[in-house]
Write a protein of this length. Structure first.
Length: 402
């Protein structure tokens, strides 16, 4: 490695939350630019967990949680999906006793523990000058906490849901939408063969971008999103009509995992266990909707029942290589982060705003939820997107609202 790499300081990168295609290209872009600008680059393994697992009394064990990154290492993985640094949903400010690292259990004995002092000490121990977390609003909200503690943080947004505030685009969204459209079209052959409803459950806890945009692109007849509790009778009636007018006798609805039938008090969860951010795992609303459609269909179909094909896409849209956009945007985001560092700027989120690369204060991550403006982009009475007034909208149509 070049001797100039230690002249400017040390940059550390970590990835947190769910994996998406585009993380490795982002790590590659940051690393290569940083090394060429004279920085040392460290990769923190397993997200925020890596910064609480380090035992400063035994630095010889740091290698399990910290990697020194080189061009050779990142070039090998830079075109692949996932994250070679690995990831976790650890939140250092809220660590249950059972997950406190063994070397800290005598010091942190509460049922829920704030290990931020250990994170700050470990950042100093590793000599980190700038920290670049890549994640969604949960991961980056802890980056806001560190920024408030005086750490120099540059945040990079990624999430399948595209729901990080302050940016039109998050790494992973394009691949998610591309795969959703491809898989929905592939499943049409089975739906048409059996003349059924096709119910496809997609990502989207609080925001329905991954259901609305593919529907707008023609992947489905209808979509139901978290922002609007929908009438299951209306959905059934519309899908029966869509099926009747289709020569192949099927119809398609995309269902956000956070969608709720009107009258439901909460989302549908796969289990009761919550992650470090307090989120229970979603999954199963597509099953519920499919069953209700079967039961209600005779009412709108001359007394004849219509069966449903029900598919949860889940990790199928997370896995594999990134598409073109999720190869290009991570490259740009990585270089944007380095531009800021070279200017001595921190506390920023790199972003796309109105079709242009930009950066915004990192605090925007915790300022609000980024969701679909139903009045502007959704027709509740038709359970589908609005197709009007496209002039001056961003490429992804409904993702530029701040």
């Amino acid at each position: 490695m070049s001797m100039i790499q230690n002249k400017r300081g040390t940059i550390a990168i970590l990835t947190g939350g769910g994996d998406v295609p585009g993380l490795n290209p982002a790590i590659r872009a940051i690393t290569i630019r940083a090394l060429r600008e004279g920085y040392r680059v460290l990769g923190i393994r397993r997200g925020w967990a890596g910064l609480i697992e380090i035992d400063r009394d035994h630095p010889e064990n740091d290698s399990g949680f910290v990697l020194e990154l080189s061009e050779e290492a990142v070039n090998r993985v830079g075109r692949t999906g996932g994250t070679f640094l690995h990831t976790s949903r650890t939140r250092p400010s809220h660590v249950p006793q059972a997950y406190v690292p063994a070397h800290l259990r005598d010091k942190y004995t509460a049922e829920m523990n704030d290990l931020t002092p250990e994170v700050l000490a470990n950042i100093g121990h590793l000599g980190i000058d700038y920290l670049i977390p890549i994640g969604g609003d949960d991961t980056l909200s802890y980056g806001v906490r560190l920024h408030q503690e005086g750490v120099k943080v540059i945040a990079v947004p990624k999430t399948m849901d595209n729901d990080v505030p302050g940016t039109d685009y998050c790494i992973g969204f394009s691949t998610c939408v591309t795969r959703t459209i491809e898989m929905t079209h592939a499943l049409r052959t089975s739906a048409g063969s059996h003349e059924r409803f096709l119910v496809i459950e997609v990502f989207g806890r609080y925001a329905g971008f991954t259901a609305l945009l593919p529907t707008m692109a023609g992947a489905a007849n209808r979509c139901v999103i978290p922002e609007f509790p929908f009438d299951i009778e209306l959905l059934t009636e519309l899908l029966v009509k869509d099926r009747r007018t289709n020569p192949s006798r099927y119809s398609v609805v995309l269902v956000s995992e956070g969608a709720k039938i009107a009258g439901m008090s909460e989302m549908v969860f796969a289990g009761e266990e919550a992650d470090a951010y307090g989120h229970k795992k979603l999954g199963g609303v597509g099953d519920l909707i499919s069953e209700r459609l079967r039961v209600l269909s005779p009412k709108y179909n001359g007394g004849r029942r219509i069966n449903a094909i029900n598919q949860r896409l889940g990790y199928l849209v997370r896995c594999g290589d990134p598409d073109a956009l999720d190869s290009i945007v991570p490259m740009a985001f990585g270089n944007l982060a380095l531009d800021l560092i070279l200017e001595g700027i921190s506390g920023r989120l790199v972003a796309v705003r109105n079709g242009r690369y930009d950066n915004v204060p990192i605090d925007v991550v915790t300022s609000r939820k980024k969701v679909i403006d139903v009045g502007r982009h959704y027709l509740p009475e038709r359970l589908r997107p609005k197709y009007e007034k496209f002039e001056n909208k961003p490429v992804f149509i409904m993702t530029g609202d701040y």
